[in-house]
Design a protein around this ligand. Structure first.
Ligand SMILES: Cc1cc2nc3c(=O)[nH]c(=O)nc-3n(C[C@H](O)[C@H](O)[C@H](O)COP(=O)(O)OP(=O)(O)OC[C@H]3O[C@@H](n4cnc5c(N)ncnc54)[C@H](O)[C@@H]3O)c2cc1C
Length: 316
């Protein structure tokens, strides 16, 4: 059954897994479908468009949003976890097909004890992705064409160069940005991934260099930090960020500040460089120190986004 809420400004849809492909050791690619995706879309390119996926609890049904209205969040969050499942944030990796055969493509990172890279528990999102098969069902929250949805942070304004920096969770967003950049765009994408086998073919404008940084056991964020610092011309200093200084929900963009910094609603770019950084929150915090404290980059030129945090469940 497809559940659809025509009055809501987004699509909250029960969807079916139409394809599930293990891309590489750390990534599974899903194509998700419902006839309601005939209405999927925004006003323009997707870039780093974020969405929500709601995974069923292992002992529960596909979460129901029956009767959802503007207060769907309050109604959902009050339910027992077995009923409401687990909501997590992901990125539109692509949209393929058309009309009622429109498919939402999402790449999910596998993590946890058996991923060969990190210790720790696989969260519900990763655990679902590791075993999901064609015909399984879950719920998506995604933009409905013709309605304001938000969730695109990439905003280079009139910058003439871009620097994209991310780990594996940011790879779908970096891929989307590279796909949607104008053909004459110039810049660099630094992509840290767990293993060499996770390197993907990423179509990008000829003027944008895509640099792969497989950790192969190196410390999380160490490669991307060093590469970003080098590209920006800062001194290669060791940055020490203590755990209690890290906000798991770090989100510092020209339009929003999770730390309460003043947000100046001006489109101005004082430099020709725009920097977009997403990944593990402590790694992003370390890069923010270099960019803001050492290099004095204007906050309107940079977006710093904590996509996940070691040891913290990003439960919604
Ligand atoms: C805007 C945005 C877009 C995102 N896009 C994507 C995307 O397209 N694909 C994608 O896979 N992720 C994406 N993420 C990251 C994803 O939401 C988090 O990794 C989330 O924690 C996964 O949920 P989970 O249920 O697997 O783990 P959780 O229940 O949140 O966490 C459980 C444990 O797993 C650990 N953990 C979580 N993620 C990772 C990881 N990547 N590597 C190692 N350990 C981890 C946590 O530290 C915690 O200890 C995005 C996040 C944001 C904010």
């Amino acid at each position: 059954m497809t559940v659809s809420f025509p009055d809501l400004d987004m699509l909250i849809e029960e969807v079916e897994v139409l394809r599930a492909d293990r891309l590489s050791p750390s990534f599974v690619r899903f194509e998700l479908g419902t006839p309601a995706f005939a209405e999927l879309g925004g006003d323009g390119p997707y870039f780093d468009q974020r969405i929500k996926l709601v995974f069923p609890h292992e002992d529960g049904p596909v979460p129901s949003f029956e009767g959802a209205d503007d207060s769907w969040w309050e109604t959902w969050v009050e339910r027992p976890e077995e009923e409401r499942g687990h909501m997590r944030t992901y990125t539109i990796r692509d949209v393929v097909g058309s009309g009622e055969d429109t498919r939402l493509v999402v790449d999910i990172v596998l993590h946890g004890d058996d991923d060969g890279d990190h210790d720790g528990e696989a969260g519900p999102g990763s655990a679902w992705a590791a075993q999901a098969k064609v015909g399984d069902r879950l719920v998506t929250m995604a933009p409905r064409r013709g309605y304001e949805y938000g969730g695109i942070e990439f905003a280079p304004g009139d910058a003439t160069r871009v620097l994209l920096v991310g780990d594996e969770t940011a790879l779908p967003a970096i891929a989307g940005i590279l796909r949607d950049l104008p053909g004459d765009a110039v810049g660099t994408a630094l992509c840290e991934v767990p293993l060499s086998a996770d390197v993907q073919e990423l179509p990008a404008p000829a003027g944008v260099e895509v640099v792969w940084l497989p950790r192969e056991g190196a410390a999380l964020g160490s490669l991307v930090h060093a590469a970003a610092v080098e590209r920006l011309g800062a001194a290669p200093v060791e940055i020490s960020v203590s755990d209690d200084e890290v906000d798991p929900d770090l989100w510092e963009t020209p339009r929003y500040s999770s730390s309460g910094e003043e947000v100046v609603e001006e489109p101005a770019h004082t430099d020709d460089l725009y920097v977009w950084i997403a990944g593990e929150s402590k790694v992003v915090t370390g890069l923010r120190r270099v960019l803001v404290n050492d290099l004095g980059l204007d906050r309107r030129q940079v977006a710093f986004m904590g996509y996940w945090r070691v040891g913290v469940s990003m439960a919604s």
